[in-house]
Write a protein that binds this ligand. Structure first.
Ligand code: NAD
Length: 335
């Protein structure tokens, strides 16, 4: 039986993942460890709390004694906890480095001391940097452009060093942009959706030409589950296979789904560091059996529908000071 510690389990992807592994009969314990920053909300776990195998711990991955105590009761770790928003990293990079790099070090060192059998470190395609053409393979060098991506690239290397040095069975997943229900309304899909549903304007940087691969959060979680149970220690797995869209193409779809038109879109000059295009090969995870199952148009419609039906979940969040500032300068470019 598996006892799985999920860090960042009250965040967007972590909470979907917790629900997913609770469907398995061979998992006897799931602990969601989350500091409940602005991005973490226990409501994201909702009815998963009805399952007696789930425990929620409000705590920080940087808290060594707490991490040691938890690690002793688990056989596997799936590490989602991070500062995850590119825009915030432009002004608070030190915070990103502390959480993402030192947090990963704290967890991996403790995992080694407690004989953890699999440590999955969840990362991003942004570590490869912008690609004018072609697609990144797992063995390609990391070339992050923005502090968020640099902190994730550094944390990937920290995690992998625990495999090389101490033999900790680490796997790294690098996924493309995720979308789906109950994502914090600062990333582009929930930000645009919530603004358009409220009758507000959205802003596109430049010509909206930046290309991202959009993967449904449940497909990413399916890939992470495969890596947890079948991934080879020491290996990195790209998780893509979603749909490539420019910011403009994505905006067009959201306008239609929200019943708005291009009069709701304002253009602002592109920022200095705005990666033009991410792209990854994903044949390595495909060899483990990964096949993205969710159609983008259906998934987007379902996502917009979730925001339409649940204003009580997101409306209070859009009134926070950062959300107001961010909305003014946000665009369709990144996570
Ligand atoms: P999120 O911001 O929604 O969730 C992050 C969670 O981590 C939050 O619940 C937050 O409270 C928690 N957290 C932050 N600092 C913590 C700390 N010090 N201790 C404990 N908990 C802490 O992010 P997400 O979109 O769910 O992303 C999860 C992971 O996936 C991140 O590592 C991110 O880099 C990666 N990722 C995300 C995407 C995407 O499109 N969202 C794509 C690729 C990779």
């Amino acid at each position: 039986m598996y006892e799985v510690l999920v860090t960042g389990g009250a965040g967007f992807i972590g909470s979907h993942f917790v629900r997913r592994i609770l469907r398995r009969d061979d998992v006897s314990r799931v602990t969601a460890l989350d500091a409940l920053t602005y991005a973490g909300h226990p409501e994201n776990l909702g009815d998963a709390f009805l399952d007696p195998r789930l425990t929620f711990v409000h705590g920080n991955i940087l808290d060594g004694p707490l991490v040691d105590e938890l690690m002793a009761r688990h056989t596997a770790v799936v590490h989602f906890a991070a500062e995850s928003h590119v825009d915030r990293s432009l002004t608070t990079a030190d915070h990103f480095l502390t959480t993402n790099v030192l947090g990963t070090q704290t967890l991996a060192a403790s995992a080694g001391r407690h004989g953890i059998e699999k440590f999955v470190h969840v990362s991003t395609d942004e570590v490869y940097g912008s690609l004018a053409q072609g697609s990144a393979r797992e063995e390609d060098p990391v070339q992050p452009s923005v502090p968020y991506a640099a902190s994730k690239a550094a944390s990937d290397l920290v995690a992998l060093s625990h495999f090389q040095t101490y033999g900790l069975p680490v796997c790294v997943t690098r996924s493309s942009n995720n979308y789906g229900p109950h994502q914090f309304p600062e990333k582009v899909i929930p930000l645009f959706t919530t603004r358009l549903l409220q009758g507000d304007k959205v802003t596109l940087h430049g010509e909206g030409q930046h290309v991202r691969n959009w993967l449904h959060v449940q497909d990413n979680c399916a890939g992470i589950e495969l890596v947890l149970f079948k991934g080879i220690p020491g290996e990195i797995y790209n998780l893509a296979g979603g749909t490539d869209l420019t910011g403009r193409e994505l905006t067009a779809k959201l306008l239609t789904l929200c019943g708005a038109d291009w009069n709701s879109v304002a253009y602002i000059p592109d920022r200095q560091a705005n990666d033009l295009r991410y792209s990854m090969f994903w044949d390595k995870i495909a060899a483990l059996g990964f096949r993205p199952a969710r159609d983008l148009d259906e998934g987007l419609a379902e996502t917009v529908d979730w925001y339409r039906r649940n204003p009580d979940r997101w409306a209070p969040l859009t009134r926070t000071p950062f959300a107001t500032v961010s909305a003014a300068g946000e665009e369709a470019h990144a996570h």
